[in-house]
Design a protein around this ligand. Sequence first.
Ligand SMILES: Nc1ncnc2c1ncn2[C@@H]1O[C@H](COP(=O)(O)OP(=O)(O)OP(=O)(O)O)[C@@H](O)[C@H]1O
Ligand SMILES: [Mg+2]
Length: 371
Amino acid sequence: MIKLDKVTKVYPDGTEAVKEVSLEVGKGELCILLGPSGCGKTTTMKMINRLLPISGGQIYINGLDNTKMDDNELRRNMGYAIQQIGLFPNMTVGQNIETVPELKGWPKAERRRRAEELLELMGMDPNEFMDEYPNELSGGQCQRVGVARALGADPPILLMDEPFGAIDTITRVRLQDEFLKIQQEIKKTIIFVTHDIYEAIKMADKIALMKEGQLVQYDTPANLLYRPKNEFVENFVGTDRALKGLQLIRVKEVMTSSPPRVKSDEKVGAAREQMEREGIDWLVVVNDDGKFAGWVDKADLGRGDRVRSIMGHSVMTTTVNTVLNEALSLMLSYGLENLAIVTEDNRLQGVVNFGVIRKALTELTQRRQSE
Ligand SMILES: Nc1ncnc2c1ncn2[C@@H]1O[C@H](COP(=O)(O)OP(=O)(O)OP(=O)(O)O)[C@@H](O)[C@H]1O
Ligand SMILES: [Mg+2]
């Protein structure tokens, strides 16, 4: 789908920003360009849609040399979310998102519907934001509009330069998850720049790790972590590769899917019996409809006679697609021994705890070592 063949960029001042980079991104793949500031990520990306002229080598899009493609056609087929946000300041949010659909001649009503859909996807209320101007938004909101605009006309290729860079951590994690979920359905061919290795490991099918204009290793996230090609990669990955490895595992792969549970209107005696029978000191509490309600702890059993009156109401839950690293981080931040995994409408699906995570990590390390 996208092929770079010995691509080189020398800026007019003589800076060699990209040196003979060759790589291929297959249809529907998400490739991440990763590396320290100044290593040439943005330059590489801008040569793909010809915002910058190439100095040497070739770039092919679906087998066609991109220097031989018509400018407009090239850009209409590639959504582009740039690093400095780049919204048109004199246009409203809606007009910004509708830019490419308008170029493509979509009727007004259809464009508007698409803009509404994309704003909702980005977690922004269309009624509130559609007619705002970029200077009325925060940096993170502008960036989300930038991503919505890139998705605007449903292009087969997306180029995204640090699309979540200016967004706070919690929203960023949510957007990453949302984005991956959408990607599973729409299967765009994506080149995505970041210098956040956690983001890269979580999102990428393949990572292109760059250093000073050169491509050092082009590989799957797991290989980058566990089979670093040289010392630079090893240092870039860092000593905590075990923790980073948790980014490769999703909650659904390791959770305890039928955790010990009790209904909130049960008597405490029943909870006590269950704990003794199963040799444990906690139970998940669910309502009659199977929705997660809280936790009951052995230490609290003496404090009342119905489970409902003694249970702890933890609001923190997560979903099956969360990566273990983030699950762990939630557990540490909220002081939880167990984390409830729920559906979007809050029905209990499972539980993860430190034991589950430790076991997953051990297995991952052993598997990598034996390969
Ligand atoms: N217009 C330009 N003229 C000359 N040199 C440039 C120009 N733009 C970028 N460079 C240089 O080219 C190199 C690569 O820059 P580039 O912006 O591609 O890096 P990057 O990997 O995207 O960095 P960052 O993570 O900071 O965004 C850097 O040394 C940079 O200073
Ligand atoms: Mg850059």
